[in-house]
Write a protein that binds this ligand. Structure first.
Ligand SMILES: [Zn+2]
Length: 365
């Protein structure tokens, strides 16, 4: 089934490539922009699964009384072309194949889906065990990962940015865009995009405004939590970086920091993420303004202590599920405060942690 819209959410904001291109010489600059140029050729072919006779594997044999699988993964190989979804190469339950990117995406997607299942009781993106499709080896040296509204797509990267299939938090981030798409009817901050503003022909929608930044932030928050959950890290043990070891060392160490958004020593040399409403400008890139709710989550989780997913994560998940498509930061602050209050009480440490976090980023007074 086609989604209502094709909202492309890139792991690495286009701005980062533009900045690298500005810094680089002319030839290098041209090449850096090529991920955008060649990607306009993206073509999608749907229903590959049904054509190739791939059947859902939820049917249990009489001997097996395992609970129904909460999700089904399918990995496709785009073979450095831009046809999607590509050739099916590994399905749920299949043994690893001789392709590291395929196996890493299979495993990391499984960790993220397990996190949603075990922590929130969510069954796949739509909470109805839908098949989760990912394509690897997309394009020639395509240096990005994305959620297309239908599936996750990973390029092999180039000498500036790479390692997308290795990065659990990036994979969980992209997968979370799929969760939000199903969780909030109409999406969160999704707007129709003019043809001239598209990076891909098929990219009909994009994220904008505070609601779009909340969508980005939720994907970062969940991405960071999946990483912490997998490593069993407490809020103090975690480094709260997103997309570590993906940039070439001369560009920086990570894509974003939830602990200190915009701290270029922790992230990359021109990181413009903001962390309080004093820095907020209407029309800013959603990957920049997402720093505000990102930092609010970090502060709340830090104050509660322990594991982020046990309290702060539950509060955020429950509250975001109730947001409207055009929600503001203030709406998110109110929703998370209300969720903390109903779960833990109005005098609880958890409620106070959430309230003071939104105060610190100056969304509420
Ligand atoms: Zn994103």
């Amino acid at each position: 089934m086609k989604p209502a819209y094709n909202c492309f959410c890139f792991a690495v904001p286009s701005k980062l490539f533009r900045k690298l291109a500005e810094k680089a010489g002319e030839d290098e600059g041209k090449r850096l922009n090529s991920h955008i140029e060649h990607s306009t050729r993206l073509r999608t072919q749907r229903h590959v699964c049904s054509k190739q006779g791939v059947v859902p594997r939820t049917v249990q044999s009489p001997q097996s009384f395992m609970p129904a699988q909460a999700y089904r993964r399918s990995i496709f190989n785009a073979g450095t072309d831009t046809d999607l979804p590509g050739k099916p190469v590994r399905h749920e339950g299949d043994k690893p194949i001789r392709d590291r990117a395929v196996n890493r995406v299979y495993d990391n997607t499984g960790i993220a889906l397990n996190f949603y299942h075990q922590v929130f009781g969510r069954e796949s993106l739509d909470d109805r065990s839908m098949r989760v499709e990912s394509a690897v080896h997309f394009g020639k040296n395509f240096a990005n990962a994305m959620w297309t509204g239908e599936q996750m797509v990973y390029g092999d990267g180039d000498e500036n940015v790479g390692g997308f299939t290795e990065a659990l938090d990036i994979i969980a981030h992209e997968l979370t865009h799929g969760v939000i798409q199903h969780m909030i009817p109409g999406g969160l901050g999704v707007v129709k995009l003019a043809r001239k503003d598209r990076e891909f022909e098929e990219q009909t929608h994009a994220l904008q405004g505070q609601a779009g930044a909340l969508n980005e932030s939720f994907a970062d928050v969940m991405g960071s939590m999946v990483k912490q959950w997998h490593a069993r890290q407490t809020v103090t043990q975690a480094n709260w970086l997103l997309g570590e070891n993906m940039l070439a060392p001369q560009h920086g160490l990570a894509i974003r920091s939830l602990k200190d958004p915009g701290n270029r020593k922790l992230t990359w040399y021109d990181d413009d993420q903001i962390k309080t409403m004093e820095q907020y400008l209407d029309g800013a890139d959603v990957h920049d303004s997402s720093g505000i709710p990102n930092h609010a989550f970090y502060l709340a989780a830090k104050k509660m202590g322990g594991f982020s997913w046990e309290k702060a994560g539950l509060i955020w998940y429950g509250a975001f599920a109730k947001l409207k498509p055009r929600a503001s930061f203030l709406d998110a602050a109110r929703a998370t405060c209300a969720a903390a209050e109903s779960r833990f009480g109005s005098k609880s440490k958890e409620y106070l942690a959430v309230h003071s976090a939104w105060q610190a980023v100056k969304v509420i007074t």
